[in-house]
Design a protein around this ligand. Structure first.
Ligand code: SF4
Length: 325
């Protein structure tokens, strides 16, 4: 059971409180006209600096918050934030893996109890014996023994805890897994194990996934396609070999230049000047122009659109010149 995830024109604004008695309230556009499709059974890696709108996109895709504009469809059905029977049916098919396994788990309950919990809530037609069998199956999928399942979160290592979180997400046999920084809290060696596990499970169960990370190395290992986000917008999207080896957007080039890669020994690290601009005060034109080493005069006024260029899409005037070259 799987389906395409289709996101169209997704936008989410937040109203910020007024500054002082006479100050005007501002609007922060955390996600701005984002569109992408993740074909059934594939993984889209969404990357970008912290605060670029990745996690808000995840919450919108999960239907945890309503969009200001745009829509999300999964397997042909709309995902909405309205809690009704449709939402419950859909939530069962869509699961989330969070960044910090310790805070995602209840310290007072054993691993087994926590893996079984979603079945109690969403699959009340199952008998206790059937639930126990499903928990055992999920444990086997993630490589945890039954003895381990009787332990409490503080008795498990970081990697084992994240396996429990993954088993809990998988026990309902989800068709879509949204992962928000699923390995950032883990050691590098444990990260590799969990990423391998994730890939194997995807092959076995065929789920579709939106995989969010600030770490390009992590995304390179798992994604079938990559989307790079900057200040709420997607600026480049393509196959990992294109995005990581021949990045087209200057922002992607800077991100990629920071990854040590023996195939690109001579590649110079591109250091971006300044911090990302305030999302409540996005510059006119290209939002990246104040930090872009290749910016031209037109970039200050003309906003680039994400347009196809071969097998990828890029939002940059150098790739799609508005000055007609
Ligand atoms: Fe840089 Fe201009 Fe391209 Fe924006 S549009 S990334 S400022 S060159």
């Amino acid at each position: 059971m799987s389906g395409d995830l289709v996101v169209e024109g997704l936008t989410r604004e937040f109203r910020l409180p007024r500054r002082g008695l006479w100050g005007r309230s501002a609007t922060l556009r955390a996600v701005d006209d984002v569109s992408f499709t993740v074909p059934a059974g594939q993984i889209l890696g969404l990357v970008g600096e912290s605060g670029c709108g990745k996690s808000t996109t995840a919450r919108l895709v999960l239907g945890l918050i309503p969009p200001s504009a745009g829509k999300v469809r999964f397997g042909g059905h709309p995902v909405s934030a309205r809690i009704d029977a449709d939402w419950r049916r859909m939530r069962r098919r869509i699961q989330m893996i969070y960044q910090d396994p310790l805070s995602a788990l209840d310290r007072r309950l054993t691993a087994r109890h926590q893996i079984e919990e979603p079945l109690v809530v969403h699959a009340d037609n199952l008998s206790p014996a059937q639930r126990a069998a499903r928990v055992d199956e999920a444990l086997e999928h993630v490589g945890l023994s039954r003895t381990m399942a009787e332990r409490y979160p503080h008795e498990l290592s970081g990697g084992q805890r994240q396996r429990v979180v993954i088993a809990r997400a998988l026990v309902l046999e989800p068709a879509l897994l949204v992962c928000d920084e699923p390995v950032s809290a883990l050691d590098v060696s444990v990260q590799a194990q969990v990423l391998n596990l994730f890939q194997n499970l995807r092959r076995k169960t065929g789920f579709t996934s939106l995989f969010i990370s600030h770490d390009l190395k992590v995304v390179r290992q798992v994604a079938d396609r990559v989307a790079v986000m900057y200040l709420g917008r997607i600026v480049e999207t393509g196959a990992p070999e294109d995005v990581f080896h021949r990045p087209a957007h200057p922002y992607t080039q800077a991100l990629v230049s920071a990854i040590p890669d023996p195939r690109h020994r001579g590649r110079k690290r591109i250091l971006l000047e300044g911090d990302p601009p305030n999302p409540a005060d996005v510059p006119a034109g290209c939002a990246f122009h104040k930090r872009c080493p290749a910016a031209r005069a037109e970039c200050k006024t003309l906003r680039p659109t994400l347009l196809p260029k071969g097998a990828r899409s890029v939002a940059c005037h150098l790739v799609h010149p508005p000055w007609g070259q």
